[in-house]
Structure formats: C-alpha cells, structure tokens
Design a protein around this ligand. Structure first.
Ligand code: P6P
Length: 346
C-alpha cells in the first residue's frame, strides 16, 4: 500500500481519511459507515459531557450495571446515544455494551451485520469533578451463525450472539476511543497503524491531528492505582518498587501519573510512553477492567502503535472472552515497560 499522503496542516477530516483508507482498500465502505456513526455518537457525548454540570446530567441514574457499578445519568444517556447512532446505519447485527447485561441483537439491519463492543462512557465517576472521561469501542465482522435477519428464535440467536460476540481481540477490524478532555480526541486503528483526530467545534468535524501515533519504546511514567499496593501479588509490588528505585534508572525514578480514567491514562501513555496497569488483587481477583470492550481494544491500539497489551502472563489479543463482562488484568503501553513487567511474572 502506498504511504498515506496525509500530513497535518491541510484540513483532513475523519471523512476524507476514511475515503482515503477505502481507496487504499484498507477498509470497505460498510466499515467506513460504522466508524462514521461512532464518530457521530462521540460528538454527541462530548457535548453532553461538556455541559453535564449545567444540564442536570451529573450524579447517579439510580441503577447499577451488570458489573454492579452505580450507573451515572450520563452512562445511560451515552449508551443510548451509541446504540441509536449504530442502529441508524442498518449495518449492525449485535451490540455488546458495558451498560447492557447481555448482547443486544439489532433489528432492521440490512447489510454488514457487524458486531460492535463498547464502553460508552468509561471513567464516568470522574464526570462530577470535571476530570477526563472517554468512550471505548471495537468492531468485529459478524459470524455466520450470528446473522440476525430472522428474529423468530431470539433466544437461540441471542445465545449464538453471546458466543459470537466473544471473539479474540486479534480479530478486531476497528478499535478506538474518544477522549473527552481539554480537547475531544478520537483515536482509532483499522489495522494499519493508529491515527488521531481532534474535534473542531467551529466546523463540527474531527480534524486529523495525529497522522501516525507510535508509542515510544521506553517511557518514564507509570499509571497504577498504588492505593491497591497492599492487595497486589508480590511480583507487581516488586515491579513498582523497582520503577521507584532511582539507583536503577540513572538517578531518575519513574513518575506516577494516575487519573482513574482509563482513556485519559491510556492516551497519555500512548503519546508519552510508559505503562498503564490494572493488576489483579485480593479484591479483584481477575482484575477490574473488562476484556471485551476495554482491554482488547486498548491492547489492539497499543500493538498497532508499536507497544504491547498483556495480562502479565498472556498477550491480551490472544484471549477469547468466555463471558461478555469477563475481567482480566491489563498492562499496556511501551514495549520496554510491559516486557519488564512480564519478567516479574516469570
Ligand atoms: P480505580 C473507571 O472506573 C475504570 O474502569 C477505568 O477507567 C480506570 O482506569 C479504573 O476503572 C479506575 O479504577 O479502582 O483505580 O478507581
């Protein structure tokens, strides 16, 4: 494939980038439509998040999600926004969301039947304090058994879809996130590197701002919730102790940065290098983050940017979820820091 002609400076929007990828036969028009609908959802959610404090959208929704986490009002609204934008494409067969107990078969799809997994608003507990939050998404090809044109046996289709939604991250067609922060940044991969688009409210478009994101091979920052240190297994404790031991790093220990919002912590790790980690601990015995719609898409992005995504002992992208909301430990970011972490599990 010819090198991408894109350079920052000329006004390249997400739409022109998608058309270019279609011309290079990296994606087809169906996938381009699905990505465009996700971008529309992210624009809407950005507006809702930025105005949460003045539109009575902060606070709790009064219910809990399947993972037992209190849903914020915006969690529910963001989930509806994502689902509605995706449904309107007519290309979606199944949705699997952090906010839905089970996968949702989409009626009325007439082409594509794609599977979309997403966390519509990750880190939403930060919203009331105005701290960065984000949406995370992944797109899979449908599996034959999961085509949902006949909804007569919804139960059987649902069961099949549950099985078919559970695919290894290595099969992802698209993975990405949208960061709602000092700027709204949509970062995605279609399997040919990682690009980033910054939202320009003046034109209402995502403008190409990061034409080729590569995570530095080595960083100087680690993002772990050290409040859990006492609950970690010894290998993780030894790893973090090592990063803080300045005698090992030429007199400059690593810096700790942790905002409790995966998308914000991951985005900084992707651009600046270092490692984000959410280990298993005595309370969260298999970790806290969900494999299907958090760990796999982030690991796919990390690998596409030249980094790694690991559970400490396994490559995240090799794992096939057994349950929709299955949790796994996640260590992702620069090759150097993740491989060093893995050496503490050997
Ligand atoms: P803790 C937010 O709830 C989240 O899923 C991620 O966005 C974030 O990295 C992590 O959990 C924070 O968890 O236990 O450190 O508050």
């Amino acid at each position: 494939k010819d090198a991408s002609p894109f350079t920052v400076g000329r006004l390249f929007t997400l739409t022109t980038w998608l058309l270019e990828q279609e011309k290079r036969e990296v994606i087809d028009s169906e996938v381009a439509i699905v990505i465009s609908s996700i971008a529309l959802a992210c624009k809407q959610i950005a507006s809702l998040v930025n105005r949460a404090g003045i539109s009575n959208l902060t606070g709790l929704a009064g219910a809990a999600n399947q993972s037992g986490e209190d849903q914020k009002k915006l969690d529910v609204v963001a989930n509806d926004v994502f689902a509605n934008c995706l449904r309107s494409t007519g290309r979606i067969g199944t949705l699997a969301s952090e906010e839905e107990d089970v996968p949702v078969s989409v009626e009325g799809s007439y082409s594509g039947d794609y599977i979309v997994v997403f966390d519509p608003l990750d880190g939403s507990s930060n919203i009331d304090a105005g701290i960065s939050v984000g949406s995370i998404f992944g797109v899979y090809d449908p599996s034959e058994e999961c085509r949902v044109d006949e909804l007569d046996d919804a139960e059987e289709v649902l069961n099949k879809c549950v099985l078919n939604v559970c695919k290894a991250g290595s099969e992802l067609l698209v993975a990405g996130y949208c960061l709602y922060s000092s700027s709204t940044v949509l970062v995605l991969t279609v399997g040919d590197g990682v690009v980033g688009f910054t939202f320009d409210a003046l034109v209402g478009e995502f403008i190409l701002s990061h034409p080729d994101i590569k995570v530095p091979d080595k960083g100087k920052i680690y993002a772990f919730n050290e409040g859990n240190y006492g609950r970690w297994e010894q290998g993780v404790k030894d790893y973090i102790d090592s990063l803080k031991d300045e005698s090992k790093w030429g007199g400059t220990p690593y810096s700790a940065r942790y905002i409790g919002s995966l998308v914000g912590d991951f985005h900084r790790t992707l651009l600046y290098g270092g490692i984000y980690g959410y280990p298993a601990d005595t309370k969260n015995k298999t970790g806290k983050l969900r494999l299907l719609y958090e760990c796999a898409p982030m690991s796919y992005l990390a690998e596409q940017a030249g980094g790694l995504g690991s559970t400490g002992t396994q490559r995240v992208l090799d794992l096939v979820p057994e349950k929709i909301h299955q949790r796994v430990p996640l260590f992702c970011g620069s090759k150097s820091e993740v491989e060093y972490l893995e050496s503490f599990f050997k």
